[in-house]
Write a protein that binds this ligand. Structure first.
Ligand SMILES: [Zn+2]
Ligand SMILES: [Zn+2]
Length: 409
């Protein structure tokens, strides 16, 4: 017997229903905000992720499904979605064309991590990326979009925001942070020590309690922003307040990836344990440049679909549509013909084996049909159908024409 690989899961039954429901809601909201669907390949040149996600990140260092294909190419299964969308943007020269572009995507991502609750090796993300809009209003609109998705799904959240500064104010801040961290070196964990040299901002995000305790009075980027970053951050807060989106400023909120600047945000749920971020994103004005494009403003986010699915409650299996079967072999062709007509407006599941009425009623129940429709020799001769409404518990004999007319009303 062959089972799925470790950290990979089949999606079936009510999980599959939740998954599709999430995608329906999220896609329709994204379209309303002017985003169009983009599908990029799962397999990309490894260099794409080395240069976008960054060689110092855990993702690139330890977690990539990276291999040499039969043509000798160094390839990688995408560990996240943004890099591929930016690669599309640049390889189609949209950075040179100018203008504004908004894309949404969804699909599987792959990271070779130790599987645990809420963390799979194959997981799914839904995301949006907006290019060519430098205004902080777009940052606000992106957050509003996510809030709308969660509201429509009935998912509660808290929103945390921060500003990560820009190429003007970040370098100076980084210097003062590094010298502060150097002074605390012996007190910080091994990961933090490594990050002081490679990615000092991420030290602020360390989950080790002793590090958290030590870093309480570390310099904060929000206290060191340049005038433009300060103005944008104030405007973002104002827009959120004006439009009734509750938030809190988390000065230690940094994104795991290197290319973010200015606005950063996370939607957090307290209902799913320690892995509690359900969406995250921000502005990444430098990434297009990292991938050989013309400098282009960009902002985006991703939602972890598996994490959100745990928070969705669907109504119990509703009875819907038709189950349709024959009592006698001769009626079977008629059953097929009637089912075809019914499928125009509703679900119609056909049973091919002729059975007694009682057996059909039981089977109709098992497929959660609202109506059990049966045709026997009598009905065939009279040109009628026998139907039982399994919710109202009423039965009747009518013609197909009548039934179709009723469903048109
Ligand atoms: Zn700045
Ligand atoms: Zn640490």
């Amino acid at each position: 017997m062959i089972n799925p690989l470790r950290g990979m899961k089949d999606l079936a039954g009510s999980d599959a229903a939740k998954f599709n429901y999430f995608l329906d809601v999220a896609s329709s909201v994204a379209k309303r905000y002017g985003y169009s669907y983009l599908e990029t390949p799962i397999l990309e040149d490894t260099a794409l992720f080395k240069r976008s996600v960054g060689e110092s990140s855990d993702i690139v260092n330890k977690e990539m499904y990276q291999f040499t294909d039969k043509g000798g190419n160094d390839v990688c299964m995408r560990p996240e979605g943004t890099a591929g969308v930016v690669r599309y943007f640049v390889s189609n020269k949209l950075d040179r064309a100018g203008g504004k572009y908004r894309y949404y995507y969804h699909g599987p991502m792959f990271r070779y991590e130790r599987p645990q609750k809420g963390r799979l090796r194959e997981f799914h993300q839904f995301g949006c990326e907006s290019f060519g809009e430098a205004s902080v209003y777009e940052d606000y609109m992106t957050i509003e979009l996510i809030a709308t998705i969660f509201d429509r799904l009935g998912i509660g959240y808290t929103l945390e925001i921060n500003s990560l500064g820009c190429s003007e104010c970040m370098p100076g801040y980084k210097e003062s942070l590094v010298s502060y961290l150097e002074s605390k070196k012996e007190l910080l964990c091994e990961d933090c020590n490594r990050r002081i040299d490679t990615n000092p901002i991420r030290v602020l995000d360390c989950k080790v309690q002793s590090c958290k305790d030590e870093l309480g009075d570390a310099p904060k980027i929000t206290d060191n922003l340049c005038a433009s970053c300060n103005k944008d951050f104030a405007k973002l807060k104002e827009l959120l307040e004006q439009n009734g989106i509750k938030y809190s400023v988390n000065k230690n909120l940094v994104r795991g990836l290197d290319y973010y600047s200015k606005t950063a945000f996370e939607f957090v749920s307290s209902e799913i344990g320690a892995q509690n971020a359900i969406a995250g994103g921000g502005r990444y004005d430098r990434l297009v440049e990292f991938l050989d494009g013309k400098p282009t403003s960009a902002v985006g986010f991703a939602i972890g679909i598996e994490r959100v699915m745990d928070l969705i409650t669907l109504e119990d299996n509703k009875k819907e549509g038709y189950y349709i079967g024959a009592m006698d072999e001769v009626a079977l062709d008629r059953v097929i013909g009637v089912a075809k007509e019914l499928k125009v407006f509703d679900k119609a599941v056909v049973e091919y084996t002729p059975r007694k009425l009682k057996a059909h009623l039981k089977a109709a129940d098992r497929v959660d049909a609202r109506y059990c429709l049966v045709i026997g020799e009598n009905e065939l001769q009279n040109g009628t159908l026998w139907i039982k409404d399994l919710v109202q518990k009423q039965e009747e004999t009518i013609t197909l024409e009548e039934l179709l007319k009723r469903n048109k009303q």
